[in-house]
Design a protein around this ligand. Structure first.
Ligand code: PMP
Length: 438
């Protein structure tokens, strides 16, 4: 693999275009891809020598950037000892230590951890747990409730609780189970709270709690459904209502966990403890795929009281030692520095650097930032492929979707690198505003 000559390169490019699926694409009319060969710090290096500043954290996972020596050492050390072993009948320290550390960091009470392989699978498991919890007490409660604008993954059940309007699940509606959707939390993060914002949830639960197993949502920051930040008080009120009706509250922290929103977990903004929390992405600092589902004693006991008595889930790569070693390394990095101070600093830089775009009223609907996430919401969708090229030509890696241009950088991004990302976004929005063309 190290000695690829230019003929091979051409052949590989062609093969990739014709045979290898990339996310959300067609093989019959493939979208152009850029050939990345290595990455270090906050820079992605292309085969032609160009370096791009990463403003995406590789779909929000590589929070410590690339090639971090501590993470490499943790994985290499583990590789030399035990790269994989089945988790049924065995225990190993990378997993036990990781779960012990997670339970001491998570909101109090989330003391029991299931390790899985990806974010979507963690969501599937969380939904299964909720059904099983209810099966002992209220077996008729088999539906899920969620808010519009949410995203929880691409597997079948995860898609069923993802906003059907977002396009991720529209093709599969005939197959996926029908769930309940209420309007997304109406009050945004920085606005003043008003109790009327909880009414849709209160009304829904009053009428439908007998059919509803769980309420699932992304706490505070909705990601792929539109990068929307809502008021933490919504979670406080939702917690109260879920308690009142014995509805399992699932907070999906796959995108928000580990400091991204300016708190270690987004639930900390509200000071609430969900019954089930899902984690992924930054869990391993983006080095390996791993996810976790943490639950309270209530869920543990509920599952034990169900007819099956055990949680019927056991993925082949559950608790993969290399992934657990990476996650332990990532926790070392997160806990050794003040990661939340860093992401709050990034939040301010992002807002200060992007807020002038609110003046471009023709094209810009809103500018906002929370933690290490800055968003310019446009009035209309953009062409992702064209925008991507625009940014690559300016030496930054950003990938807008729908009407959202956003910056979601590794926490290690320097202030200058962040400014380079924002400069490119400002230039693009000014061009759109001037030409009125997307
Ligand atoms: N939940 C949330 C909130 C996510 O943002 C994502 C991924 N974008 C997922 C679940 C699915 O995770 P994965 O892609 O690892 O399956």
């Amino acid at each position: 693999m190290n000695n690829i000559n230019s003929n091979d390169e051409k052949e590989l490019k062609e093969f990739d275009e014709n045979h290898v699926w990339h996310p959300y694409t067609s093989l019959n009319s493939p979208i152009p891809t850029y050939h990345v060969v290595s990455a270090e710090g906050c820079l992605l290096r292309l085969d032609d020598g160009r370096e791009l500043i990463d403003g995406m954290s590789s779909w929000w996972a590589c929070c410590h950037g690339y090639g971090n020596q501590h993470l490499i050492d943790c994985i290499t050390d583990q590789l030399n000892k035990l790269s994989h072993v089945m988790f049924a009948g065995f225990r190993h320290d990378p997993a036990t230590v990781l779960c012990k550390r997670l339970t001491s960091m998570l909101p109090e009470g989330l003391d029991y951890v299931f390790l899985a392989d990806s974010g979507s699978v963690a969501v599937e498991i969380a939904l299964k747990m909720a059904i099983q919890y209810q099966s002992a007490k209220h077996p008729e409660r088999t539906r899920f409730l969620t808010v519009r604008g949410g995203y929880h993954g691409d597997t079948m059940a995860a898609m069923s609780v993802t906003d059907p309007g977002s396009g991720f699940s529209s093709e599969y509606q005939s197959y996926i189970p029908k769930q309940y959707f209420i309007e997304r939390p109406a009050i945004s993060f920085h606005d003043e709270w008003n109790d009327s914002a909880i009414e849709p949830l209160a009304l829904y639960l009053k009428e439908h709690h007998q059919e509803t197993a769980a309420f699932i949502l992304e706490p505070v920051m909705q990601g792929a459904g539109g990068m929307y930040f809502y008021h933490p008080q919504y979670l406080v009120k939702a917690r109260e209502l879920c308690d009142r009706y014995d509805i399992v509250m699932i907070c999906d922290e796959i995108a928000t966990g580990f400091g991204r929103t300016g708190k270690m977990f987004a639930c900390n903004h509200a000071g609430i403890v969900p019954d089930i929390m899902t984690l992924g992405k930054g869990l391993t600092g983006g080095m390996m795929t791993l996810s976790a589902v943490a639950v309270t004693a209530k869920i543990r006991d509920g599952i034990s009281a169900s007819p099956a008595k055990v949680l019927m889930h056991g993925p082949t790569f559950m608790a993969n030692p290399l992934a657990c070693a990476a996650a332990n390394g990532s926790l070392d990095l997160l806990l050794s520095g003040d990661v939340c101070a860093r992401t709050v600093h990034i939040e301010k830089l992002l807002y200060d650097g992007l807020k002038e775009l609110t003046a471009c009223k023709r094209v810009v609907k809103d500018v906002r930032s929370l933690g290490a996430c800055g968003v310019v919401e446009l009035n209309r969708p953009v062409d992702t492929v064209r925008m991507q090229k625009f940014f690559v030509d300016r030496g930054v890696w950003l990938r807008p979707f729908g009407n959202i241009i956003y910056i979601y950088p590794p926490f290690i991004i320097s202030d200058e690198q962040l400014e380079a990302c924002m400069k490119a976004v400002r230039e693009l929005v000014h061009i759109l505003d001037r030409d009125g063309e997307y």
